[in-house]
Design a protein around this ligand. Structure first.
Ligand code: PLP
Length: 458
């Protein structure tokens, strides 16, 4: 007799099939986190890889069954995670996802709508249209027809921004600061565009006079890429002044607000993004300061008409007669074909927390960064690079050279004690704390400082 196929996640029986499996998953997550106990596993790459290899065959001849497979692999991944929910895991723009967003993501997986045609995603595509319109209006409040595309993150959004600029202007050259994200260089390469002109940013931001000087010496159509939330320092380029320079030189402006964009939702900090709406396109990631599991990227455009160039027909997905008959044409909403309904977790989060709830989370993390900066300033023997703007704090032991700073970071990683990043500023290497965990406490920050001091004086 043939064995019945494993149960499916969807349909009426899906929920009952999922429930016992979820119990196993949730137990394995908890047990794995207890086993790890810190922000990451101790022992470094070889120890961690050996534990994963010890799990046995990846493709056994006879399977181990759903509960064993979930239990062993989820537990191993949790035990071996660099877990951003741990307050001492603060290196990157690596967010601790909200439980409610992760729960919504499970529903997205169970239903598995694919966002490339209406007949695979009837309600999900309608929801995406509403959410993208609402978020585009946050970025471009005065625009008549703003819109936004859902992307896999800042890298894809920046690439799309360059593509749209190329389609509007022809062979366009990107002019950006040395503080801009590396993805622009790869995007220009991928799109066959000239290599970007990089303007030095000795103070961490793209300065208007330096931009004006670069534009005066750059031939042909230009897209200026400014940053609202730099990866290394969390700084925001002076957007209104940069927009003035762009206007004076007939250059278009893109703002990479992958990091800082969600500050639009904070009443207290929204002003940091003044001038953002003068861009033609804006990158915003909700898997950074928006507490979504990856991926939750957006590219907002001031004028929806700019997206028309992405229109594309594949008869099995959006035949002309289907479109004329009223079936929404989704293929032009992305360069991808099969596409997860990443918008569901975002929609759930926006509704559950509201603007004030999300704004409060942004505010809490900005306050944490100020607290950490205070603590560094009060600690003899530690140098603070600068007061933070968003949630990034650079600091280092005053008496350490760059090699010693890099070694402190690696020691903390190897011992499984803390995950800190690294960044160069003012020609020196700094430890970087990117604070995205709204549950972190002043006590956690003090512990971080103690760990750094302890590693520095071995
Ligand atoms: C300023 C900025 N832009 C873009 C990106 C790329 O985002 P993603 O990793 O989601 O592609 C990052 C990533 O950290 C970033 O810091």
């Amino acid at each position: 007799m043939r064995a019945a196929p494993p149960p499916l996640a969807g349909g009426t029986p899906g929920a009952d099939a999922l429930r016992p499996l979820l119990d196993t998953v949730l137990d394995a997550l908890r047990i794995g986190a207890e086993e790890r106990s810190g922000p990451l596993p101790a022992g470094g790459p070889e120890t961690v890889a050996a534990r994963v290899e010890a799990l046995g065959a990846v493709l056994p001849e006879t399977g181990t069954g759903p509960h064993e497979a979930l239990r062993s692999l989820v537990r191993a991944l949790a035990a071996g995670a660099a877990d951003p929910a741990h307050p001492l895991c603060a290196a990157h723009l690596h967010t601790p996802p909200l439980a409610l967003a992760a729960a919504a993501d499970l529903a997205a997986s169970a239903l598995n709508p694919s966002m490339d045609s209406w007949d695979q995603a009837p309600a999900a595509s309608a929801l995406e249209a509403l959410v993208t319109a609402a978020l585009a209006a946050e970025a471009f409040p005065a625009a008549r027809h703003p819109d936004a595309l859902v992307t896999t993150g800042g890298t894809e959004s920046n690439q799309l921004a360059l593509l749209l600029a190329r389609e509007r202007q022809g062979t366009v050259r990107t002019v950006l600061g040395a503080n801009a994200h590396h993805s622009f260089h790869r995007a220009a390469w991928l799109l066959g565009l000239p290599a970007p002109v990089t303007v030095p940013t000795p103070h961490g931001v793209l300065e208007p006079a330096a931009l004006a000087e670069a534009l005066a010496h750059t031939e042909g159509p230009v897209l200026v890429a400014a940053t609202a939330g730099t990866t290394d320092e969390g700084l925001i380029d002076p957007l209104p002044e940069l927009a003035d320079v762009c206007a004076a030189h007939g250059a278009e402006l893109h703002v990479d607000a992958a990091y800082g964009g969600p500050a639009l939702l904070s009443r207290t900090h929204r002003h940091l993004l003044d001038g953002l709406d003068r861009a033609r396109t804006v990158t915003i990631d909700l898997h950074k300061l928006g507490w979504q599991p990856a991926a939750a990227g957006l590219l907002a455009v001031r004028d929806a008409a700019d997206l028309a160039v992405l229109g594309h027909t594949a008869d099995y997905l959006n035949a002309d007669d289907d479109t004329e008959a009223g079936l929404p044409d989704l293929l032009g909403r992305s360069l991808r074909t099969t596409r997860r309904p990443d918008v569901l977790k975002t929609a759930v989060t926006l509704r559950a927390l509201g603007r004030s709830g999300l704004g409060a989370l942004v505010d809490a993390c900005i306050t944490l960064a100020q607290d950490l900066a205070d603590l560094v300033e009060k600690t003899p023997g530690l140098d603070l690079h600068a007061r933070p703007t968003l949630t990034t704090v650079l600091f280092r032991p005053a008496d350490a050279d760059d090699e010693a700073v890099a070694e402190i970071r690696r020691t903390l990683l190897a011992e499984g004690r803390a995950v800190l990043g690294r960044a160069e500023a003012n020609g020196r290497l700094w430890l970087k704390a990117t604070l995205l965990n709204p549950h972190a406490t002043p006590g956690d920050l003090a512990q971080l400082i103690t760990l750094v001091e302890g590693s520095a004086h071995r």
